[in-house]
Every structure is written in structure tokens, then in C-alpha cells.
Write a protein that binds this ligand. Structure first.
Ligand SMILES: C[S@@+](CC[C@H](N)C(=O)[O-])C[C@H]1O[C@@H](n2cnc3c(N)ncnc32)[C@H](O)[C@@H]1O
Ligand code: SF4
Length: 438
């Protein structure tokens, strides 16, 4: 099942944030993540906090069932506004909303509209806000997509994963590959921007299979593409099959070759990487919500197991939908744990997240021990020579020298991070890209 929540301090029942969270808040963006923890079936590789109807059992509370879920989500958004106000945070309109899961589009479009309306009503939504929902290609219709667009959604991210039947089968995906171009066309007709998620490194996937999936994705002309190396997560059905020897574990060398192929094919088609696992047709097509995560901005995550971050305070909600809904129904914050990052921890996080972006990591964020490694990392072909580049994709503080990963550096991003933090040399690299940092 899904991974355990992190350790941390208990979160206060009223959810109030320490005074440190408000410092500098006016200069940071505020995003909202709405988690929808339902899937029709569970894919064998997935350990996200999501539940099938059989896993949930009979609804104990309205918030723990699909039917009553939107109402509980609205309650948490209202609580977010109260907590931010009472904690002394300045009022900021929300600049991005991301509805993820699970499969948000298993809920009626009217419920997803209610979630967005709650953000508008309680927190305020900025003009021109980016509003994304994830979707399984099976779970949308022309009417549902049009309803989402009318409600203010601007973007849909489809879980395509592969176009090759035997790869989809090993991933235990249920959708018909022909459904993807159809769903993309419907989304476009509704006026929504489109992103596609792909997974590479599935057992039995050849380089030709991967190229076929990339070509099929490009034929849909998406605005944005994410390509994730398959992670065999502990506790998943796929991990059990690998352990029993029924499936081979992903091979890091194969995954590196697949990443290089993706980068070349996508670049040739006119897409640029802006984060290690993400490519966009133009800088304006980058996912602003996820870029804000990597830049360490503020976001409120609502829903079971959702994580939030405001000004160096991180907290996470009760993981099971029933436990989450029970807390909300009792008027208690659904947060169960939190962590107040000290300056050192914040500096580590800034490097860990920021280096993944193509806009580069400002050298001012790198500790002295890490700066001493830069010339070696450049000589080893892992970093480009530090440069200030005002033209780079809207990054703030563009007059500062920035460290930018090379292609080889993207393949060995974890090792570059360790070197920049002065933790160790880059020799014990752990391999290619991991899935989204968010
Ligand atoms: C919440 S899902 C997207 C929406 C919808 N549930 C679907 O799968 O169609 C988010 C994405 O995470 C990626 N993902 C999930 N588990 C993964 C794993 N174990 N390894 C790599 N990528 C994974 C998939 O690409 C998936 O599309
Ligand atoms: S990959 Fe998507 S559809 Fe599959 S179980 Fe995970 S969240 Fe659900």
C-alpha cells in the first residue's frame, strides 16, 4: 500500500502555524493541492495514497466516500483560510491549484468544480491562475472536460504511461491506448492545456517500445510531458512480483538510455526540459504549480495524506480518508504531524529541489563546502560552467550566477546534490531520475 507518513512533531489540533511561517510570506506564491484518493483499480506499480471501493469498504463518514468527498474537501479549504489568517499570514490570492490523486476525474466534474469554488470563496483565486486536474484517460468525456473548463480549470494532465500494449499490461493499466489521443482532442476542444505522463523502464520495455510511446505522445501534440523512471515501490503488487522473480527489476543502465532517448526525441520535437522529469513546448507551458514546489514557495495540501509547506513549516494530514474526515467533522485540523525546518534544513532543501530546475540553482544557495566542488563537477561534465542568464525561463534573481545540470548531471542528479551539500563525492551515484519531486 502507500508509504508511511514521515516522523515529525505532533501537529496542534487547531492547525495554527508558528510565527516564523509568516516571515517573508508576502513575497511568496501560495498554491493549493487538492488530493482525491480514489481509483477504480490500483495499478500494480502505484503506492500513492489512493483506494478502490473494495479497499475503502462501506462509507463510515461522507468524507471517506466518493459521494461525500467534495464536501469534506471544501471544509478543509475553509479551515486553510482560517488557519492562515489566525497565524498572521498576509492574504494572498492563490496562483495555482493542482488536483491530484488517485484519479480526480472519478468524481463528477461538478465535485471538482466545488473544490475550485471553495478555493475562490475562502482563499481567493488570482486572475490567470493555473488550475490543473490529473485524469486517467478512461475517466473523462467531452462533457466532463467542458464542464471542468467552464468551472475555471485550465489544464489537464493525463496518465498515459505508455502506448505499447505489453508495457501497459505489465503496468496493469486498464485504459485502451487509442483512448489517449481521443481524450487529448476532447480536452483541446474544451480549451484546456494538456500534459501527458509517461513511465519508462517497465519490465520488458525495449528502447523501441519507449520510442513508440514517445512518438505516440508527441503525435497528440501536448503542451507538456512528464517522463518518470519506474520506481518499484515497496509494498506494491509489482514489488511482490519482482521479489518472486516473475518480473525483472528495472535496470539503471537501460533507464539511463531511455532518459537520453526521451531528451533527444523531445528536444527534436521542440520541447525543452525545465525540470529533470518535465518538458514543455514553451516556457509558458511549464507547470507553474510544480515549479513553485521546486522553488520552495508556499502551498496548502488538502485531503487525506496531503502535505503542506508554508514558510519552512511542513505538515501532513491523516492518511486514511476516514481518519481525515473524522478530524474535519470534529472541527479539528486534519494535520497529524509537522516539522519546523531550521535554517540548515531549509538550505538543504533549497539545493535538493532547486538543482532539478533548468533555470539553475543560484550559487548563493550553495554552502561553502559545495561551492568548493563546483569546478570538479563542471570538469566531470555534471554541471555547466556557472552563468548568469537573464533569458532563462523567468527565474527570479537572474543576475546571480546559476548552476545548471548537464544531461549527464540530470542522470546523476542525486550525486550532484550530495556533492553540492558537501556531503560526499559524486562517485557513489545512485542512478537516474526519480519521479516527481512534489
Ligand atoms: C496520480 S497519477 C496520474 C493520474 C491517474 N491516476 C493516472 O494514473 O492516470 C500520477 C503519475 O505518477 C506516476 N507514477 C505513479 N507511480 C509511479 C511509480 N511507481 N514510478 C514512476 N512513476 C509513477 C505516473 O506517471 C502517474 O501518471
Ligand atoms: S497510477 Fe493513477 S490510476 Fe493507477 S493506481 Fe496510481 S493513482 Fe490510481
Amino acid at each position: 500500500m502507500s508509504p508511511a507518513l514521515p516522523d515529525g512533531d505532533p501537529a496542534p489540533p487547531d492547525g495554527l502555524l508558528p510565527a516564523s511561517a509568516a516571515a517573508g510570506a508576502a513575497a511568496r506564491d501560495l498554491g493549493v493541492y487538492l488530493h482525491v484518493p480514489f481509483c477504480r483499480v490500483r495499478c500494480g506499480y502505484c503506492d500513492f495514497n489512493t483506494y478502490t471501493a473494495a479497499e475503502l469498504g462501506p462509507p463510515e463518514l461522507p468524507g471517506a466516500s466518493q459521494a461525500g468527498y467534495a464536501g469534506a474537501l471544501v471544509e478543509e479549504v475553509a479551515l486553510a483560510a482560517r488557519v492562515l489568517d489566525a497565524s498572521g499570514l498576509p492574504r494572498r490570492e492563490v496562483s495555482t491549484v493542482f488536483v491530484g490523486g488517485g484519479t480526480p476525474t472519478l468524481l463528477p466534474a461538478a465535485d471538482l468544480a466545488r473544490g475550485l469554488d471553495a478555493v475562490r470563496e475562502h482563499l481567493g483565486l488570482a486572475a490567470g491562475a493555473e488550475v490543473t486536474t490529473e485524469a486517467n484517460p478512461d475517466s473523462v468525456t467531452p462533457a466532463s472536460l467542458a464542464e471542468l473548463a467552464a468551472a475555471g480549470y485550465t489544464r489537464v494532465s493525463f496518465g498515459m504511461q505508455s502506448a505499447v500494449p505489453h508495457v501497459l499490461a505489465v503496468l496493469e493499466r486498464t485504459h485502451d491506448p487509442a483512448r489517449v489521443p481521443q481524450a487529448v482532442r476532447w480536452a483541446r476542444e474544451a480549451g484546456l492545456a494538456v500534459s501527458l505522463d509517461l513511465i519508462y523502464g517497465a519490465p520488458g520495455e525495449s528502447l523501441d517500445d519507449w520510442r513508440a510511446s514517445l512518438d505516440a505522445a508527441l503525435a497528440c501534440e501536448p503542451d507538456h510531458l512528464s517522463a518518470y523512471a519506474l520506481v518499484v515501490e515497496d509494498g506494491t503488487a509489482m514489488a511482490a512480483r519482482v521479489r518472486r522473480g516473475e518480473l525483472p527489476a528495472p535496470d539503471p543502465d537501460d533507464e539511463a538510455a531511455q532518459y537520453e532517448l526521451a531528451d533527444a526525441v523531445l528536444r527534436d520535437a521542440g520541447y525543452s526540459w525545465y525540470e529533470v522529469s518535465n518538458w514543455a513546448r514553451t516556457p509558458a507551458d511549464a507547470c507553474r504549480h510544480n515549479v513553485a514546489y521546486w522553488r520552495g514557495q508556499d502551498w496548502w495540501g488538502a485531503g487525506p495524506g496531503a502535505h503542506s509547506h508554508v514558510g519552512g513549516v511542513r505538515w501532513w494530514n491523516a492518511k486514511h480518508p476516514a481518519a481525515w474526515a473524522r478530524r474535519l467533522a470534529a472541527g479539528t485540523s486534519p494535520a497529524v504531524g509537522r516539522e519546523v525546518l531550521d535554517d540548515d534544513a531549509r538550505a538543504v532543501e533549497a539545493v535538493l529541489l532547486g538543482v532539478r530546475l533548468a533555470e539553475g540553482l543560484p550559487t548563493s544557495l550553495v554552502p561553502g563546502a559545495g561551492l568548493a566542488q563546483v569546478s570538479r563537477l563542471v570538469a566531470d561534465g555534471l554541471l555547466e560552467p556557472p552563468a548568469a542568464d537573464a533569458a532563462r525561463s523567468g527565474a527570479p534573481d537572474t543576475d546571480q550566477p546559476r548552476l545548471r545540470l548537464t544531461l549527464r548531471g540530470r542522470l546523476l542528479a542525486d550525486a550532484v546534490v550530495r556533492a553540492l551539500l558537501g556531503w560526499e563525492g559524486q562517485d557513489d551515484a545512485t542512478g537516474v531520475t526519480s519521479r516527481a519531486a512534489s
